[in-house]
Ligand binder design. Structure first.
Ligand SMILES: [Zn+2]
Length: 79
């Protein structure tokens, strides 16, 4: 028998990591508008993602403040 199933469900909901923020921007390679998911729990992040349209690598720099994107930059990478 499970006691307080609603309470347990609520606990699981409130302790999970904050939802990812979807950010739209223009690809520096193909100039298509694409979106990327940003983790709001990491204050300053730098990573490389492939464009979902042209598959070229894009260097992403993001700075978060209070769960919102304060700074976003997408640069093409010389290959
Ligand atoms: Zn692209």
């Amino acid at each position: 028998m499970i006691l307080f199933p609603n309470r347990i469900a609520l606990f699981l909901l409130t302790t999970k990591t904050p939802p990812m923020i979807e950010h739209f921007f223009q690809c520096p390679h193909c100039f298509e508008e694409i979106s990327m998911l940003v983790d709001p729990s990491v204050r300053r992040q730098e990573y490389i993602e492939d464009c979902e349209v042209c598959c070229n690598p894009i260097e992403i720099q993001v700075e978060m403040e209070e769960g919102e994107i304060m700074y976003f930059e997408a640069n093409s990478i010389e290959q």
